[in-house]
Write a protein that binds this ligand. Sequence first.
Ligand SMILES: Cc1cc2nc3c(=O)[nH]c(=O)nc-3n(C[C@H](O)[C@H](O)[C@H](O)COP(=O)(O)OP(=O)(O)OC[C@H]3O[C@@H](n4cnc5c(N)ncnc54)[C@H](O)[C@@H]3O)c2cc1C
Length: 460
Amino acid sequence: MPEPFYRSRSLWLDTVPGSLEPRPSLDRDAQVDVAIVGAGYTGLWTAYYLHRADPTLRIAILESEIAGFGASGRNGGWCSALFAAEPARLAREHGQPAALAMERAMQDTVDEVGKVSADEGIDCHFVKGGTTRFATRPAHVERMKAEVAAGHALGFTEDDECWLDAEAARGRIAVAGQIGAVHSPHCAAIHPARLARGLAEVVERAGVTLYEQTPVQLIDGRKVRTPYGTVTADVVVRATEAWTATLPGTERAVVPIYSLMLDTEPLPSEFWDEVGWAGRETMSDGRHLIIYGQRTADDRIAFGGRGAPYHFGSKIRPEYDRVESVFVDLRRVLAELLPATRYIRITHTWGGPLGIPRDWYPSCGYDKASGVAWAGGYVGDGVATTNLAGRTLADLILGADTPIVHLPWVNHQSPDWEAEPLRWLGHRALTGIARSSDRVERRQATSARRTALLDRLLNR
Ligand SMILES: Cc1cc2nc3c(=O)[nH]c(=O)nc-3n(C[C@H](O)[C@H](O)[C@H](O)COP(=O)(O)OP(=O)(O)OC[C@H]3O[C@@H](n4cnc5c(N)ncnc54)[C@H](O)[C@@H]3O)c2cc1C
């Protein structure tokens, strides 16, 4: 694909400095110590930490398009401590200390991304302003307060997560109709493509070979097959997130679900005088069909949400990145939350696939016997988690016995998804329940009864 196609994938790829001309492809068989499939954050962080720990390693990354082409170049830019499997569930399945260790590791990871970006001169507009989730319906209040209480029962304090009354919440962002909010300091807003492209440059400068426009057809143990040659390695890292579903042998490991986004033109100071949002914290609200936003460094609002269709057979295609009806909904919700955006121009619309494992539980691991390592299934919370994955995979591959290799997600095995048409039907049902629960909660003050079903289906 030519550079304009890559630029058109997101606001972020459109505005990232430097060329997006692809690097050379693999052109013959090769032998390396570690071959990494996929040049998103997972692949790039893994290469970064492996090289840092052992600069003599020969590392190659094989990417079917260009570095940052996937979710890493298109996301909402929430570098947050959110881990997709919720704390209460981690505590239930692994005990309280393990759950708390996982949460603290995620919190540290937010700072690690900021630190490495600064140390390596990656200007990804990292600002740690925290995150605020608004209760915009009475039913949200009960649920969100219960979540804060559950976090405190686990060992969090008011410094990790706290409830704000409506006045305090308004002091952060003037969201219309809000009746309180939960605030956590453990989140930074970033420009996602600047991080992905910057990391690619850093690892390449360090001596990692990055082959772009090199689609891997098969990971066959320690052999990685492409149309242009086979790479043989001691260790092969699968870092393909949503596209894992397109690789032979892992078709049912994740389902690719699309998240879609839009952004406003840069907004004038009068707008921000009215709305606040001075700390560039990320924002969302308590609805079931997730929405998320950030104020960008150049004063736009980048705003996204779920609700796009799943495509039968886990297909991924560029034309699925844009769904007009979802963009109309996103515009409507944004105008509902921030009425001053109603007549503001939208400059980009885009989307991308994220990977959801059957038990909604991300994992990373290394099987020494086969030589294959993997990380993924981040369920849309991968910006920070990929960094923890990269550090963990480096330690596992190099045999370093560090605290992070004992976290509960390491070597977790998610079950496979069902065969079609069950996956397709399941996704339709889930989206339908989320939408209708939100509709019910517009009218009634308590949580919709069907949210209990949603909780069960999502393993919460
Ligand atoms: C619209 C959107 C908004 C999101 N917002 C947030 C957010 O605000 N915060 C958050 O934490 N997370 C968010 N996420 C999720 C987050 O972006 C991902 O979890 C994260 O980027 C995953 O990184 P990755 O490197 O594992 O995968 P990706 O970035 O998807 O990278 C996978 C790479 O593998 C390549 N590849 C695939 N198959 C092959 C093959 N066969 N051969 C070679 N290369 C291959 C792809 O081209 C791609 O470059 C969002 C995702 C989307 C789509």
